[in-house]
Design a protein around this ligand. Structure first.
Ligand code: URA
Length: 425
């Protein structure tokens, strides 16, 4: 097998054979195929696509590049959730303990933020003492003791994807649907969950900017999961405006705790409960009511045990950034737009995110949102509070918000899109 013929096949709109796929994924993982060759192939895939059979084989090859986890020792059924990434998307934090409180086991292998979308592990690391890196034995123990675990994936899980994702990130080839679907699903299938709910974000703050693309990605992933024996459902959810009222690590933990205490912003509660219902249904527990577990404090109990089991102090004060800057409304009227991408980039520039994967993040940096689209605002009222430890970044962060806020004349009708746009099973 030679790599140039594999690249030429895809470059010339051909179909890769099973043997070509198995070989190229394995040879790239072992270092026999060079980064520049794999990036040419990734670009050919981005431009010319793959059919369902090719995507299935590519996913299987990435799973086979590493180890598979096994949770069959657990007395509970496993359910997992994956979000394609958004701005203010802290849903995993209340969701994992909530679903565990309702009787499923939630092995949640999560990632760090890169670019304008945040990562669950960065958020939880703002809790004093909390550890993202667990050994396989610790992970099993936390899951057995609390019903949930949220931690970093070990190096042995789909190593082909780890290498390929880093390459795509620097070669403009992240946005290929076959590559996104196989990347996400290879990790989820290797993780060994029995059921999976996908939260596919749609809108300016998401990878998928329009509904048609998001539907294609969702149905590709649902097909891959189902073919591998994982009960998989996808919700397409709105990411045109940030989720909730906070963007940034410690700020989002604070809001998640409010949700677990029975309060929190309506959109975060609605999405958390909708995803919990899907996870419980997929795990064969359709009769449990997640809204009740939020209201009666049982989800909060699991959260506290989960944080403590991973070394964190659930009662410790969360970090607060050293400096704040308040952005006020420039006019009176109806707030008709608060663009997720602009807010995400601004929070990232304040220090909530990283430009390279080895960069540190600021726990307290981010943005508090005081008004959401559809609300009446008065000139001079606070719209956003920007938080950072590096105030020299305020100008740069404010520049990202240029054009992100839209205020229309008083009385303008505004219909916010629903949170859940569609369901694909
Ligand atoms: N998340 C992943 O894990 N992989 C992708 O390709 C995109 C988002």
């Amino acid at each position: 097998m030679d790599v140039i013929s594999v690249i030429r096949t895809k470059r010339d709109h051909g179909r890769l054979t099973d043997e070509q796929i198995d070989w190229v994924v394995d040879a790239y993982t072992r270092g026999e195929v060079a980064d520049e060759q794999m990036s040419a192939l990734a670009m050919a895939i981005l431009l010319n696509g793959m059919d369902r059979g090719e995507i299935a084989r590519w996913t299987a090859a990435m799973i086979a590049s590493g180890e598979r986890m096994d949770f069959s020792f657990l007395p509970r059924r496993t359910a997992d959730k994956h979000s394609t990434g958004g701005v203010g998307d802290k849903i995993t934090l209340p969701l994992a303990p909530l679903v565990a409180a309702c009787g499923a086991a939630v092995p949640q292998l999560s990632g760090r933020g890169l670019g304008h979308t945040g990562g669950t592990l960065d958020k939880l690391e703002s809790v004093a003492g909390w550890r993202a890196l667990l050994s396989a034995e610790e992970m099993r123990q936390v899951l057995t003791d609390t019903g949930a675990v949220i931690c970093a994936a070990g190096d042995g899980l789909a190593p082909a994807d780890r290498k390929l994702y880093a390459l795509r990130d620097v070669t403009g080839t992240v946005e290929a649907i076959p590559l996104i679907a196989s990347s996400i699903m290879s990790k989820k299938i290797a993780e060994g969950t029995g059921s999976l709910v996908l939260d596919v974000k749609v809108g300016s703050g998401a990878f998928m900017k329009d509904l048609a693309q998001a539907r294609e990605l969702a149905s590709t992933m649902v097909g891959l999961g189902t073919d591998h024996g994982v009960r998989t459902v996808a919700l397409l959810t709105d990411m045109s405006t940030p989720l909730g009222l906070t963007v940034g690590n410690a700020l989002e933990v604070r809001e998640s705790v409010e949700v677990l205490a029975g309060g929190g912003p309506a959109d975060v509660v609605e999405l958390t409960v909708a995803l919990a219902r899907e996870m419980l249904d997929a795990a064969g527990l359709p009769d449990t009511d997640p809204a009740k577990a939020l209201a009666d404090g049982s989800a909060m109990d699991v959260w506290r045990r989960l944080i403590a089991a991973q070394g964190g102090d659930p009662d410790a004060a969360l970090p607060v950034a050293r400096e704040q800057h308040v952005l006020t409304a420039s006019a009176s009227g109806v707030l008709t737009g608060l663009d997720a991408y602009g807010v995400g980039v601004s929070a990232w520039r304040l220090g909530a995110g990283r430009a390279r994967k080895e960069d540190p993040v600021q726990a307290g940096a981010g943005i508090e949102i005081h008004a959401k689209p559809g609300e009446q605002v008065t000139a001079g009222q606070p719209l956003l509070t920007l938080h950072t430890d590096t105030p020299e970044k305020f100008g740069y962060a404010l520049a990202a918000l240029d054009g992100a806020i839209e205020i229309s004349p008083p009385g303008t009708a505004h219909q916010a899109p629903p949170i859940v746009l569609d369901r694909i099973a």
